[in-house]
Design a binder for this molecule. Structure first.
Ligand SMILES: [Zn+2]
Length: 197
């Protein structure tokens, strides 16, 4: 869906102060108002963003100019972000915390970070509520014993074929079912010295 948007830059009125922020918006006036409202508001989630720290340290938002760089209709949000990124690069916008367009690596890095954060949060929650959670799980198992057993039975059945499949040991080439192989490896083949060719 096409969008009419404005790409803008914010720079200090004092040319000696080198700082540049590039952004895009569908409503320039509203965005300007929001910049003004949030830069010095500790409750804003953007309070510690680079741009806002910089505005506060350099005379406040009043000491900055917000100017239109480009105003046009974009085919979609992606195209808008791409053009925004071009200006970020071109103007060396040093007050942008994040890139306008995320590269695949950025997205992957973000996912990993979030996964780690969620795990830590869960661990915290778990250690705080350990007893309650153990109790809950126990109760759930009791309430669902039948389904639980049925699930296990289905699981075993599904894997039966796989477990009975014949494979050969990489070390001694003995042919065994997949099911017996792990034991064989652990208790027989890995105990004897490695095969020397
Ligand atoms: Zn073997």
């Amino acid at each position: 869906m096409s969008i009419k948007a404005t790409i803008y830059k914010i720079t200090c009125k004092d040319p000696e102060i080198k700082g540049c922020y590039v952004g895009s918006t569908k409503n320039f006036a509203v965005r300007k108002y929001l910049h003004k409202q949030t830069f010095n508001n500790p409750k804003s989630k953007e309070y510690n963003f680079k741009k806002n720290v910089f505005f506060r340290e350099n005379g406040g938002f009043e000491n900055f100019n917000m100017e239109v760089i480009r105003e046009r209709v974009f085919n979609d949000k992606k195209e808008m972000r791409e053009e925004e990124q071009l200006f970020i690069n071109q103007l060396g916008a040093n007050l942008n915390d994040k890139r306008a367009i995320l590269t695949t690596e950025d997205i992957e890095a973000d996912k990993i970070k979030n996964k780690g954060r969620r795990r830590i949060e869960w661990q915290k929650y778990y250690s705080k509520n350990k007893e309650k959670l153990t109790e809950k799980r126990k109760k759930w198992r009791e309430d669902n014993r039948e389904q639980h057993n049925e699930y296990n039975r289905l699981y075993r059945e599904k894997n039966k074929e796989k477990r009975n499949e014949k494979i050969s040991c990489e070390k001694c080439e003995k042919v065994l079912s997949r099911n017996s192989m792990s034991k064989h490896r652990r208790f027989y083949c890995e105990k004897i010295s490695p095969v020397v060719n």
